[in-house]
Design a protein around this ligand. Sequence first.
Ligand SMILES: Nc1ncnc2c1ncn2[C@@H]1O[C@H](COP(=O)(O)OP(=O)(O)OP(=O)(O)O)[C@@H](O)[C@H]1O
Ligand SMILES: [Mg+2]
Length: 347
Amino acid sequence: MIELRDLTKRYGDKLAVDGLSFTVRPGTVTGFLGPNGAGKSTTMRMVLGLDEPTRGDVRIEGKRYAELREPLHSIGALLEAKGVHGGRRAHDHLLCLAQSNGIPERRVGEALEMVGLQDVARKRPKGFSLGMGQRLGIAAALLGDPRILMFDEPVNGLDPEGIHWIRTLMQQLAREGRTVFVSSHLMSEMAQTAEHLVVIGQGKLLADTSMSQFIAENSRTHVRVRTPEPERMRDLLTEAGLRPVPGAEGALEVDDGDAPRIGELAAAHGVVLHELSTQRASLEEAFMRLTAQSVEYHAAAPGGTHAPPVPQEGTAPHPGGPQSPPGAAQPPPAWGEDWQDRKGRRG
Ligand SMILES: Nc1ncnc2c1ncn2[C@@H]1O[C@H](COP(=O)(O)OP(=O)(O)OP(=O)(O)O)[C@@H](O)[C@H]1O
Ligand SMILES: [Mg+2]
């Protein structure tokens, strides 16, 4: 378990981490999300005692990192894959770490095998690819068979097989009752890996909730209906008290719609349906919606203006929906013409 209480870090006039309080629990993979510069890496450095908090406190199984006698048995971490001596062979790098924590030498071979680097054990990391460096960092994290694992963007540079492998590994480690805390910008990957989420923006806590609740609370689920008689179906839905709006490919989209009820309504009036599907939002959409106002670094669009996040076709978020949690950031005013258009038509 990792416990943060009012954890705060200031660099000059920059408040990088601003009063974070949350607990990362064992038995599940906790995803740590936030836009660039949100304070994720700074938070992780403070967990490991690599940065001194300006205020507040962080404990690993009740202790500060500096109080752990053999820390690699308690917490294994991958923060910077490049934080390795480039000229020291991979095996020797891990052996140094093992010896400083009372870990037997055979564990070095095991860790290298776990990450698939056994064939380059005698090679020097300065010649490693990005993904090989990540694997060596993960081997170091696993070395002490720790109860807590913390990874900062571990899939960065990994090939598809490596990404699949680390997802399976993290889930396995959590199933064994360990605490797994991982940051990533790959939303589709995170959606498949983490059960719990901690989301921060500009150093502040935005959400600490389960994956399913996070998506449900920060996005739009709707029913998509395609029929050769869209006008008639629209009228039937409106008469039934629903609010259909035009969607992509001539479909109708019904917010808060109940697919079985819509299907029965169509059947009762003999309307042919070509599609009736519940469209659930993605983690990416929910994340962009919650963090829209916390994003500090926007790329300029080709026209020279700042580019707003572009929701996927047919899954445009609706501003200020009834499920918005208190304090949740609202999307920027312009989500793109398609959305403006629908909003206008909806009234
Ligand atoms: N050593 C430092 N000195 C000064 N400012 C720093 C330092 N480390 C981080 N910062 C600032 O603190 C803020 C948070 O940075 P941090 O690296 O923790 O963000 P992050 O969430 O990990 O971002 P990313 O997703 O880009 O990795 C940024 O504004 C960054 O410039
Ligand atoms: Mg970072």
